[in-house]
Design a protein around this ligand. Structure first.
Ligand SMILES: Nc1nc2c(ncn2[C@@H]2O[C@H](COP(=O)(O)OP(=O)(O)OP(=O)(O)O)[C@@H](O)[C@H]2O)c(=O)[nH]1
Ligand SMILES: [Mg+2]
Length: 194
């Protein structure tokens, strides 16, 4: 009799625990947004890999290792108290987005378009590249990074970029970390609104 009572107690606690954990899991999953696929675009050598390394690993290297194909990194961030996962695709550099493999771009929730403030050829076709994205991915938000902002000074004029289309850019430095987190956060907020 005592045994039966004890057994029944354990059994009902056990079921209650399973029920509570299933309930929590279902509701937490419902509250958590799907991972957001972010693809980093731009000419070669503008600092795409370095920006991701700064954002995800908080580090920087002067070495230049050309990205071949694609590398994917994951980063968990909190936006307005909500946890979100970014799956960041670091693809090889291309002067034209149309030359990138279409399978890399499919299913993107957001794009970062990066240029190098110290190399005019990397932003000469900026407007055409933004048009291309608008035409082919009309619903996908884009954030523009003018990278290597640590070079602003005598060699590179900041004033040059104080006119459209540069007024919407984040001027970032993967080297110092300036504006990197802010830029990625702004893009994530835009992707979550889609
Ligand atoms: N001064 C400075 N150098 C940078 C910055 N970001 C990247 N670099 C340097 O620029 C070079 C190219 O950087 P990567 O991050 O490899 O460029 P990438 O755009 O990934 O290049 P690809 O993979 O060939 O397309 C490296 O030598 C980096 O150290 C920056 O913000 N400031
Ligand atoms: Mg790279």
């Amino acid at each position: 009799m005592v045994f039966e009572k004890k057994y029944r107690g354990i059994s009902s606690n056990f079921h209650r625990e399973i029920y509570v954990s299933l309930y929590l899991e279902t509701n937490i999953t419902r509250l958590m947004p799907h991972p957001q696929k972010i693809v980093i675009l731009g000419h070669f050598g503008v600092g795409k890999t370095s920006l991701i390394r700064r954002f995800v690993d908080a580090s920087f290297s002067e070495d230049y290792l050309v990205t071949v194909g694609v590398h994917v990194k994951k980063k968990d961030i909190i936006i307005n108290d909500n946890p979100t996962t970014l799956v960041i695709w670091d693809i090889e550099g291309n002067s034209e987005i149309s030359m990138s493999r279409s399978s890399y771009l499919l299913g993107s929730n957001g794009f970062v378009y990066v240029f190098d403030v110290s190399r005019p050829e990397t932003y000469a076709n900026l407007e055409a590249q933004l048009e291309y994205l608008k035409e082919h991915f009309p619903k996908v938000p884009v954030t523009i990074f003018g990278n290597k902002a640590d070079k602003f000074g005598e060699e590179v004029s900041k004033a040059f970029f104080e006119v459209p289309p540069f007024t919407e850019c984040f001027f970032t430095s993967a080297k110092t970390g300036e504006n990197v987190e802010e830029g990625f956060k702004e893009l994530t907020i835009k992707t979550l609104k889609q």
